[in-house]
Design a protein around this ligand. Sequence first.
Ligand SMILES: [Zn+2]
Length: 201
Amino acid sequence: MIWLMAVTWPCHLDVEDYAGAGQTPFPPRLACPDCALPLALDGSYPRVVRHHGHLLRLRIRRGRCGPCGASHALLPDFVVAHRPDTAETSGAALAGAPGSSVPASTVAGWRRRALANHAALVAGVGAAAVTWSDDAHVVGADLDLAGLVMALWSSARWRTGPGLPRPWRLLNLVTGASWLATRVKSFWTGVGRVPVPAGDP
Ligand SMILES: [Zn+2]
């Protein structure tokens, strides 16, 4: 069976600009998460996202790896795998930002999922902090999710400077869009991934 994996990429566009672009934006050159060889672009599929209460239709490009035959969904960093709400929408609601358009029951479900993933997220953010800033001390298990996201962003900013995705998009990027999945599949400081057994992520 060839699994469709999600490969996330840093997208400099706002969600509205991505959705409204005349041509589906192109990701940077990405490597196959299985064999690390370059992916060839291979069509696209339609996706609907909900961004701060607005439904937006967009397309997601696919990449195919010639040597291993795998197909990968190339998710811009605001798309959370198998979730309609964008990373920033989910993050703002989880952080308790006023004016959220997300039903409380939905936020409660995300909160349970994020709590279940907390240990993996702490470990991943700690590893990223070491990679980016040589300082794991900014990350502790006592941090809540919003605190972890800010620790991640701060350590990345130290290394990467301007052009860094905004905090919740960065979390989504480095977890391969899996931070609200049943399991955080990987935590990577570049391109993340999450195996998807069926359906388009
Ligand atoms: Zn491959």
